[in-house]
Design a protein around this ligand. Structure first.
Ligand SMILES: *Cc1c(COP(=O)(O)O)cnc(C)c1O
Length: 355
């Protein structure tokens, strides 16, 4: 039976054609800037995002780290969401490796940071304070798409206050597809953008950091320093190019399937669908905490994998189709009908992935 893995869009396997592209990639030593496939990926990414340059990175965590190290000096500060990936899920890299102080603020319900609060937390030029240098936004944020009008206002604030503006755009293509705009229209407001090839786009590895030439040169030095200078990595870049050329438009199918999932879940009494339904490729549900363990075990017996929690994030991706959603919904209905919540069996073979 096929495994239905709803934990994250990172779990996708490269398709047959993507593997072909990887196998046939022309390769060279990328530390010498001689890998033609990496060079091509970086050129394509810069062109799509409308930036001067781009840099291939091993992961989104690395790409965000390089951005923060490039924007900020020791003793500088960045303003960031309390639940932002860069703050919460990247092992404190900016603080550990860059001596960059975070100023976390709560996200609003729509995934934005309130610009009035951001303004209030920008520190005056006073030697008592860290120097506020950077505002970091996330788009999508838990699947939510930041409005373009909001990005414009964030840009204005950063201009006024002399801050750089970085986008953790791990899923920025989901946002662009949702808004039906070229990704450039989102990217234009930022000084730098990091996006993931290895999420909804379906590549096995990699992220790209986009920005002005000088910034990318600085980031390239940091990448070398943190051990991210890879050699014949064009095999990975080939998967990334394939993803950019073939897997962007289809993200709308993920969004439609997430909608279908959300609507199906709304018909199950024991489940609360949060945020009113699907947000791009994600659905968040709440269920009674005492049912979580049994449900997770029950699902696993049917080869369905979720991240346990009384708030559960369900993520649609390349390897999930219509039939999978139907199977998932009918297994849920069966679970709640039979009340399997009596005897718990322990199930933690699968790691919980927050992102
Ligand atoms: C996945 C993700 C990243 C990067 O994660 P890696 O696993 O390091 O590639 C960054 N930001 C957000 C919002 C993410 O979801």
């Amino acid at each position: 039976m096929k495994t239905i893995d709803l934990r994250s869009d990172t779990v996708t396997q490269p398709t047959h054609r993507m593997r072909e592209a990887m196998r046939e990639a022309e390769l060279g030593d990328d530390v010498f800037a001689e890998d033609p496939t990496i060079n091509r990926l970086e050129a394509i990414a810069a062109d799509m995002l409308g930036t001067e340059a781009a840099l291939f990175a091993a992961s989104g965590t690395q790409s965000n780290l390089l951005a923060m190290l490039s924007h900020c000096q020791r003793g500088d500060e960045y303003i960031v969401g309390q639940l932002a990936h860069t703050y919460k899920y990247e092992a404190g890299g900016a603080a550990v490796l860059g001596s960059i102080q975070p100023q976390p603020l709560d996200f609003e319900d729509d995934g934005t940071l309130d610009l009035g609060k951001v303004r209030a937390f920008i520190k005056e030029d006073d030697f008592h304070f860290a120097r506020t240098r950077l505002l970091c936004l996330e788009n999508t944020q838990s699947g939510k798409v930041l409005p373009l009008s909001y990005l414009e206002k964030a840009r204005e604030l950063c201009n006024e206050k002399n801050l750089n503006l970085h986008l953790d755009g791990a899923r920025v293509f989901n946002a662009a597809i949702f808004l039906q705009v070229p990704v450039k229209e989102i990217a234009q407001h930022f000084d730098s953008i990091s996006f993931c090839l290895s999420k909804g786009l379906g590549a096995p590895v990699g992220s790209v950091l986009c920005g002005p030439r000088e910034f990318v040169d600085t980031a390239r030095r940091w990448r070398k320093m943190v051990g991210g200078g890879m050699r014949q990595a064009g095999m990975l870049a080939a998967a990334g190019i394939y993803a950019l050329e073939n897997h962007i438009e289809r993200l709308s199918e993920d969004h439609e399937l997430a909608d279908k999932l959300a609507n199906g879940l709304k018909g199950i009494d024991d489940i609360d669908v949060l945020f009113g339904g699907a947000k791009t490729n994600m659905v968040f549900i709440r269920l009674a905490p005492e049912k979580v363990e049994n449900l997770t075990a029950y699902l696993l017996e049917q080869n369905i994998v979720v991240t346990p929690g009384d708030v559960m994030r369900l993520v649609i991706h390349l390897d999930i189709d219509d039939g999978d959603i139907e199977r998932f919904l009918s297994v849920l209905v069966a679970f709640f009908a039979s009340d399997n919540s009596q005897d718990a069996s322990s199930v933690t073979q699968y790691a919980a992935t927050p992102y």
